[in-house]
Design a protein around this ligand. Structure first.
Ligand SMILES: [Zn+2]
Length: 117
């Protein structure tokens, strides 16, 4: 994973804080002590991913108009819509810009067109 030194330093600091906060690791239900730590770390990674997707999708700048993929005319920005996206590690909530095309009389979501397969 390519991370800048600044981000790496933040991750190290965050991991140190978490380790102090967690204290003793509960091995119950885990294969081993390391397995218990890894399980917890994966859960934290998933939670960080969810928060980053939520925050960055909500903060994305929006245009007042966007081209309708069906007819090519301009549709007007209608507002943000919350949606659950299926990410690599499961469902994650995102916010996306919704536009309305008066010609097609339908809403469309241009930003995530590549996510729809
Ligand atoms: Zn249209």
């Amino acid at each position: 994973m390519a991370t800048s030194n600044q981000v790496r330093a933040k991750i190290e600091s965050f991991a140190r804080q978490l380790a102090e906060e967690f204290g003793e690791i509960d091995e119950e239900g885990a294969l081993s002590w390391l397995d218990a730590i890894e399980t917890r770390a994966v859960e934290i990674g998933d939670a960080v991913t969810t928060e980053l997707l939520k925050k960055q999708s909500a903060d994305r700048p929006v245009e007042e108009e966007s081209k309708c993929s069906k007819c090519g005319r301009l549709g007007r920005y209608k507002g943000q819509r919350e949606r659950e996206l299926v990410g690599r590690r499961g469902p994650v909530p995102i916010s996306e810009a919704e536009y309305f095309c008066p010609s097609c009389r339908r809403s469309f979501f241009p930003e995530y067109a590549s996510d729809r397969r």
